[in-house]
Design a protein around this ligand. Structure first.
Ligand code: C2O
Ligand code: CU
Ligand code: CU
Length: 468
């Protein structure tokens, strides 16, 4: 019965998509120059006292010029028109980040990809009421990586992110191999936050939750809040820090007019640079790439939208970065260490009479009062991730994992680094391995969930505790 209802749902969806889906996409041609300079989120400087770096974030309402009819109401951090400033931390830093909520509704702020104690993780248990301030206090104990932050209150994550609240959290470290890479923020090291959006006739963000297999897919592509952007770059190597901050859209990214080399996945550098034709970036995913910009413009391209970003050389030769042969040492976690095996099956648990999907993991929907998984501190676990319905992005908090197998095969080099989010669908079963070695969390659990934000808000989330 459930199957029949799901099949009917899929057929209805297929017809809807065929009739109106891609027609609504505003395709950007590489043949015409881009129109708008890419907005670069400002860097947030800390105040440093007694060896502690203190950052202040305030989430509130603002307005952004998306070049629609008039200004668009947005949410943002620190009064930026959209998104939020970039935080740049360093491995070994002691960090205090205060987050003040100036919205008129409750929210949270989560450090996606960060290995921090559960009470500092900013998940749905760390609610910040309007007018209040929450303080996260942690040491940076992981290597260089491009992470990000975003609201995470259960039921409103999708909306708060959609309205604009999200930003980058970059970690640097002393890795000498990486020191030669392009690394001047906004010059040859460019943040690229990719989000699809829809606008109402009066130019406002057209937010909704879509309970379908793919979540909400929109027709207008924005990069750092800019539509049809270009960025002026030096000639030479340019680093792009790609983040898919979309609600449901998966991008197939390639580069035209230059070569693309992947240097980092979600959790940091790969062992060596990997020349690559195309990168699949699902919601929540990051990738760092190097593009060798020549005398003509190069372009980041998506399979659906066409040009994402024009890289326009400005004649300066400041792009002096070089690509080392070796980036990092990644110890493969041995399967002989595994203490526990678990499976997570992602799917729809709606019954025959329900029209709307009820997304769940292992047949149960999110319940803040239920602990789904208890992990022993010090354990190494193997998790098998599958989908019996729809496409999903499995994301556990706190850990960076390694992929052991995709459909029984070892992962390719570009997926052999540290990951915190991975695409799972009916054609792609993924086995991952992780160590839970850093923090116990006896009271506040960590989340694991689908990063298609519609699915997450509709219940595709569970909680794990790490106990001593
Ligand atoms: Cu991007 Cu639960 O997080
Ligand atoms: Cu997260
Ligand atoms: Cu999902």
């Amino acid at each position: 019965m459930v199957r029949i209802s799901a099949v009917v749902g899929i057929l209805v969806l297929a017809v809807l998509l065929a009739s109106c889906g891609d027609a609504a996409v505003e395709l950007v041609s590489v043949d015409t120059p881009a129109v708008a300079p890419l907005l670069i989120p400002p860097l947030l400087e800390p105040t440093v006292e007694d060896g502690v770096s203190r950052y202040g974030l305030t989430i509130g309402t603002s307005q952004h010029d998306y070049k629609q009819t008039g200004m668009t109401d947005t949410y943002s951090y620190n009064g930026t028109s959209v998104l939020g400033p970039t935080l740049r931390l360093r491995t070994g830093d002691s960090v205090v980040i205060s987050v003040t909520n100036e919205l008129d509704e409750a929210t949270t702020t989560h450090w996606h990809g960060a290995d921090v104690p559960a009470e500092d993780d900013g998940g749905p248990h760390s609610i910040i009421e309007p007018g209040e301030t929450w303080v996260a206090d942690f040491d940076v104990i992981q290597p260089a990586a491009t992470l990000w932050y975003h609201p995470h209150a259960h039921g409103s994550t999708a909306e708060h992110v959609y309205r604009g609240a999200a930003g980058l959290l970059i970690i640097d470290d002393d890795n000498p191999a990486a020191a030669t890479l392009p690394g001047t923020y906004g010059i040859d090291d460019i943040p690229v936050i990719i989000q699809d959006r829809a606008f109402t006739e009066d130019g406002q963000l057209d937010f909704a939750i879509d309970d379908g297999d793919e979540g909400k897919l929109d027709g207008v592509l924005t990069v750092n809040g800019t539509i049809n952007p270009y960025v002026e770059t030096p000639t030479g190597l340019v680093r792009l820090r790609l983040l898919n901050g979309s609600q449901g859209r998966i991008y197939q990214l390639s580069v035209a007019g230059a070569d693309m080399t992947k240097i980092a996945s979600d959790g940091g550098y790969l062992t060596s640079p990997v020349a690559i034709e195309q990168i699949t970036l699902a919601p929540g995913d990051r990738a760092e790439i190097i593009v060798n910009v020549g005398v003509e413009s190069a372009a980041l391209i998506d399979g659906t939208f066409g040009r994402v970003l024009e890289l326009r050389p400005n004649g300066s030769d400041l792009g002096m970065g070089t690509l080392p042969d070796k980036l990092a040492t990644i110890e493969r976690i041995s399967e002989s260490e595994i203490t526990v095996d678990r499976s997570f099956d992602m799917g729809d648990v709606r019954n025959f009479w329900e029209f709307d999907a009820s997304w769940a993991i292992n047949g149960v929907q999110f319940d803040m009062n239920r602990i789904d998984v208890t992990v022993q501190l010090g354990a190494t676990e193997r998790w098998t991730l599958s989908s019996d319905d729809g496409q999903h992005v499995f994301h556990p908090h706190q850990i960076q994992f390694q992929i052991l197998a995709i459909n029984g095969e070892p992962p390719p080099p570009e997926e052999s680094g540290w990951e915190d989010s991975v695409l799972v669908n009916g054609n792609r079963e993924v086995v991952i391995i992780a160590r839970f070695h850093t923090y116990a969390a006896e009271e506040i659990p960590y989340m694991f969930h689908c990063h298609i934000l519609d699915h997450e808000d509709l219940g595709m989330m569970g909680q794990f505790l790490i106990v001593e």
